[in-house]
Write a protein that binds this ligand. Structure first.
Ligand code: GTP
Ligand code: MG
Length: 322
């Protein structure tokens, strides 16, 4: 893209702040592709961020996460909050279906400029999916979305990293599937701030709720917060108000606590380390002949002409870092 001058970035940033959908979409593509203009753009937008509340929605495939997100989004729109939705599609052979599913549901919000929905594929990401999701959340925050909902399938480390980003984490369970709660990732139990018992219209809801309470009794409350179990029937819009109230209660509980500040500082610490790593690598490899020096030193080490520690020192010295 040729238009990466300061002026172009400034103009682009103001379109994003105004909530212009095309400008936002273009920025997400830049973030996904790790394009060079993404960094100055986020830099320009950063001062306008920090007001959004991020809710992560995770759980096994097919538990009704998208339906819940859709209903919560509608709830927040009714409160006049602008909403951003990031659906991180699972790496599965059904990707077409998952994306299509989001599109179909999106239609219920068609024509509403106060909501922005984007699916991100989990395959082939440069620099990590968690990074891209964090940056897209920052972008939507700058675009004035006060509620940001992030849907992920709670399976891999990537998803857990994404969910860590959220201010409030909803873990979605359903009767039948979750009969054997012991099979549930122990990690999920620990990251859940609220447990959503969806498809409560199905048989086995009582049993699942009992099991959940038994398991939760063993989890230490964080800063006095005991994760509640809330029942929903997302398809019938049942329990959504109570769920939104639960999220608001959690938010109020932690608004004043040091936990939230600590969590944000930890997030930025990790991000700064990533950025630092990227910058240092960039300096070393982009210094004149850096790539060639790396190749030459690699052979030297492989053939025992040099030890790896002196080789790294040499690379750092070449870039003026030592
Ligand atoms: N009976 C019943 N069905 C539901 C409920 N909520 C969602 N469903 C149905 O469950 C199926 C899966 O719903 P989705 O919202 O796509 O689930 P998901 O967790 O987003 O699925 P993936 O993104 O593929 O992991 C759909 O057919 C929904 O209509 C509910 O409360 N009760
Ligand atoms: Mg889904």
């Amino acid at each position: 893209m040729p238009s990466t001058t300061d002026q172009a970035i400034t103009a682009w940033a103001s379109q994003i702040r105004a909530g212009e959908i095309r400008a936002i979409s273009r920025a997400i593509t830049a973030i996904e592709n790790h394009a060079p203009e993404a960094e100055p753009l986020l830099q320009a937008l950063f001062p306008q961020t920090g007001a959004a509340y991020l809710t992560g929605v995770t759980g096994a495939p097919g538990t009704g996460k998208s339906t819940l997100v859709d209903r919560l989004a509608a709830y927040y729109r009714k409160q006049s909050d602008r909403v951003g939705v990031i659906a991180v599609d699972p790496t599965s052979p059904y990707t077409g279906g998952a994306i299509l599913g989001d599109r179909i549901r999106m239609q219920s919000h068609a024509g509403d400029n106060g909501i922005f929905i984007r699916s991100m594929a989990t395959r082939g990401f440069l620099g990590g999916l968690a990074r891209a999701t964090a940056e897209v959340a920052l972008l939507l925050d700058a675009a004035g979305k006060k509620q940001i909902l992030i849907e992920t399938v709670g399976v891999g480390q990537d998803e857990v990293d994404i969910v860590r980003l959220a201010d409030c984490v909803l873990v979605v369970l359903v009767p039948g599937l979750g009969d054997d709660i012991q099979n549930m990732k122990a990690g999920l139990m620990e990251i859940g701030d609220i447990f959503v018992l969806n498809k409560a219209d199905r048989e086995g809801a009582d049993r699942l709720e009992e099991q959940l309470h038994a398991m939760l009794a063993l989890v230490m409350p964080r800063d006095g917060w005991h994760p509640p179990v809330l029942r929903t029937v997302a398809t019938e819009n049942k329990g959504i108000d109570a769920l939104a109230a639960g999220i608001a209660k959690f938010r109020a509980h932690f608004e004043s606590s040091s936990e939230r500040t600590r969590k944000h500082a930890e997030h930025w610490r990790n991000r700064l380390l990533e950025l630092l790593e990227a910058r240092i690598l960039d300096r070393v490899l982009n210094a004149a002949g850096g790539e060639a020096a790396l190749n030459r030193l690699s052979s030297d080490v492989a053939e025992r002409r040099k030890d790896p520690f002196s080789a790294v020192s040499e690379l750092l010295a070449r870039a003026g870092l030592k």
